[in-house]
Ligand binder design. Structure first.
Ligand code: SF4
Length: 332
């Protein structure tokens, strides 16, 4: 039986910004925030996207959603069996594609207008996409608030009347009000206290199961990503350097960068010691990335070839499962 087509296929995606300097703000260089990324998001999965801050994971999410227009590559969305490139869609088509792909931000306060009631903020997407009549909107938003463990009467209050955890649940309801298929959760629980974080994560998992959603879950926190993800992609300097199923990635990381990230996760069991791998130096500037493997200046395993030849993201079959890594030394 043929495998189902991915909901989204990203091919050679680029997002660059000009670097300006001087009195006349002349362009003196460019930054590749996303540097030729290939990635499939399968229907119904949670794909975790991890890496240190500044690695390009938020830029990748925004470029995929066309919140920032990519400077190259394709974002192919499955539209009833045909694959349509969002980067080349006209505004009208893009509007419908955007409805199908929503985002939950780290700081829900910034995406909720403080001058609007919750109803005012939430009914906006429904109205914009013509999803319900005016009379229906109130009923449907009440149901949505109940789905995120809030009360329907909360819709007449203002954002400032809620705690951080409640505001994030309202942010989730806002994303769901457009009836999307894919939700990008961009550091969606990073600003929350640990106990509230677990509640919101469990809520996201419940909503995914109930509504058949697909998630791209962006986070710098590997424990959180492990909890929610089916597969995980690791990013470094705008590139995917490793991609595998969650269990496989955590038990058998092939890339030295992933091994270093995993070694920093605290273990609750005192009998299980783990050797911490401390990386040398900071993440290099994306304005002037190192030649060869972009990780080589910090890599504890580098060999002579690493500073000259960029490693391709190669897929290995391990115990029947695809596991990709961009490292010259990665072996099955
Ligand atoms: Fe390290 Fe070389 Fe592998 Fe890059 S290619 S991660 S520098 S061993």
């Amino acid at each position: 039986m043929a495998a189902e087509a991915p909901l989204v296929s990203i091919r050679g995606l680029e997002l660059g910004y000009p670097v300006r300097s001087g009195l006349f703000k002349r362009v003196v260089g460019s930054v590749r925030a996303v540097a030729g990324v290939d990635l499939d998001i399968r229907r119904g999965e949670t794909l975790g996207l991890v890496g240190e801050s500044g690695c390009g994971k938020t830029s990748l999410g925004k470029a995929m959603l066309q919140l920032e227009r990519p400077t190259g590559g394709e974002v192919l969305l499955d539209c009833g069996g045909a694959r349509r490139d969002l980067c080349r869609m006209r505004q009208g088509e893009l509007r419908e594609a955007r409805r199908r792909m929503q985002i939950v931000f780290q700081d829900p306060y910034s995406s909720l207008n403080p001058a609007f009631t919750i109803y005012g903020s939430l009914e906006d997407a429904m109205r914009r996409y013509g999803l319900a009549t005016r009379a229906e909107r109130r009923r449907r938003l009440g149901e949505l608030l109940e789905a995120v463990n809030m009360r329907p009467e909360h819709m007449d209050r203002y954002p400032s009347e809620f705690s951080g955890g409640q505001r994030q649940r309202i942010g989730i309801a806002r994303a769901l009000s457009a009836d999307p298929e894919l939700v990008v959760c961009d550091e969606a629980v990073s600003a929350l206290d640990v106990s509230i974080r677990a509640q919101v994560l469990n809520l996201l998992l419940k909503l995914k199961a109930e509504r058949g959603l697909t998630y791209l879950f962006i986070s710098h926190d590997l424990s959180v990503v492990e909890y929610v993800s089916d597969r995980i992609a690791v990013m470094y300097l705008g590139r995917i350097v490793e991609l595998a199923g969650t269990e496989e990635l955590y038990s058998n990381p092939l890339h030295p960068y992933t091994r270093a990230l995993l070694s920093a996760i605290p273990i609750a069991d005192p009998d299980r010691a783990r050797r911490r791998i401390v990386l040398e130096g900071d993440v290099p500037s994306p304005v002037d990335p190192p030649p060869g493997c972009p990780f080589h200046p910090r890599c504890p395993d580098r060999v002579e070839e690493c500073s000259r030849v960029p490693p391709a993201l190669r897929t290995h079959m391990i115990k029947g499962e695809a596991h990709a890594a961009a490292c010259h030394l990665a072996k099955e």
